[in-house]
Design a protein around this ligand. Structure first.
Ligand code: ASP
Length: 329
């Protein structure tokens, strides 16, 4: 097909995930097999929307993506923009999409839309959602209204902000939500319709250090503190706790956290899946007032997994002291 040079340039990078998965042999499970050109083969009319550049960046289940891989993906996407891309779309597995989207969002320095998508049904399944999600992601990425919004996640005809989106169902088609806020917008008849205007956002520099580690632990009823106490000696440089309710832990955990917070930044988030942590309500030991007095930072409504992305990037810049300014109230 002859390229129409009047069309905007759009780069698509594919990383694997269910959207790219097929069964190699009957009776076996699906694995990532389809590269970017094969994904696009299902959508021949995309060529009438944009001049496409397709790149298979890796073919992994998203559980095996890493920070170094995501930094390479970022370098690739930046390179595409430098070469004139009007928008960038990434496909990946949905399992870690809420994390990788926020990671890239914190580092994406352009007004250029970066839209991420995936699929809940593999390419062999009837009614698979991969092609439809990819088409919707391209339509959102090409919309002028999508500029200046950082990274967005498009699935099931909904547009989610990277800061809020979470996978909240393991196998359902409607697996993504933005708890407490709802989606930023929807895709209707191929058009991106936003409920909210773009908001000003801060961007981080790329981390200078990349070998450090940040732990994430979840508080649970009658949990002992053995793992928690081991964190500093194991070489972690930061800790996120998915706490009870509004950001609470047991007395034993509060005492352990007081010691750990002297050595490294500690963020207390909520394990509930929705809503902010408190700041000034509960006065018991292990409650948020006590934890803050012990040097623990409250996460606001940033989910524990996204807190870990943020903290890893800040530590990589040796800029932990900026953490309070990055946590929502
Ligand atoms: N089930 C996942 C997906 O939806 C697998 C993965 O995240 O790679 O893509």
């Amino acid at each position: 097909m002859k390229e129409n040079v009047c069309l905007p340039r759009l780069s698509i990078g594919c990383l694997g995930g269910t959207v790219s998965m097929q069964r190699q042999l009957p009776g076996h499970g699906v694995t990532p097999r389809l590269g970017c050109n094969e994904l696009l083969a299902d959508l021949p009319h995309l060529g009438s929307l944009a001049q496409l550049r397709a790149s298979t960046l890796c073919l992994l289940p998203s559980a095996s993506l890493t920070f170094p891989i995501m930094l390479e993906v970022l370098a690739w996407a930046r390179g595409e923009v430098a070469q004139g891309a009007h928008a960038v779309v990434l496909t990946q597995g949905t399992d870690t999409l809420e994390e990788s989207a926020y990671f890239l969002h914190l580092l994406w320095p352009f007004e250029t839309p970066l839209v991420m998508t995936g699929a809940m049904r593999d390419a062999d399944q009837p009614g698979n959602d991969g092609p439809g999600n990819l088409l919707a992601a391209v339509q959102v990425a090409l919309a002028d209204e999508s500029r200046g919004r950082g990274v967005q996640v498009v699935l099931n005809d909904q547009i989610h902000a990277a800061t809020r989106v979470r996978k909240t169902a393991s196998l359902a088609m409607a697996a993504f939500e933005s708890p407490g806020a709802g989606p930023e917008g929807v895709v209707v008849e191929g058009k991106a319709i936003y409920r909210r205007p773009a908001v000003a956002r801060k961007v981080l520099q790329q981390p200078q250090r990349r070998e450090h580690r940040v732990a994430l632990l979840e508080a649970c009823l009658d949990a002992d503190s053995t793992l928690l106490q081991a964190i500093p000696a194991l070489g972690y440089e930061g800790l996120v706790v998915a706490g009870f309710g509004a950001g609470h832990v047991s007395i034993a955990w509060a005492q352990a956290l007081a010691r750990i917070a002297q050595d490294m930044p500690v963020i207390m988030a909520t394990r509930t899946g929705s809503g902010p942590t408190a700041r000034a309500s509960y006065g018991f030991e292990g409650g948020e007032i006590d934890l803050q007095s012990k040097g623990v930072h409250m996460a606001g409504d940033l989910c524990p997994r996204k807190c870990r992305m943020l903290l890893w990037l800040l530590i990589g810049l040796d800029n932990q002291s900026a953490l309070p300014g990055w946590l929502p109230h």
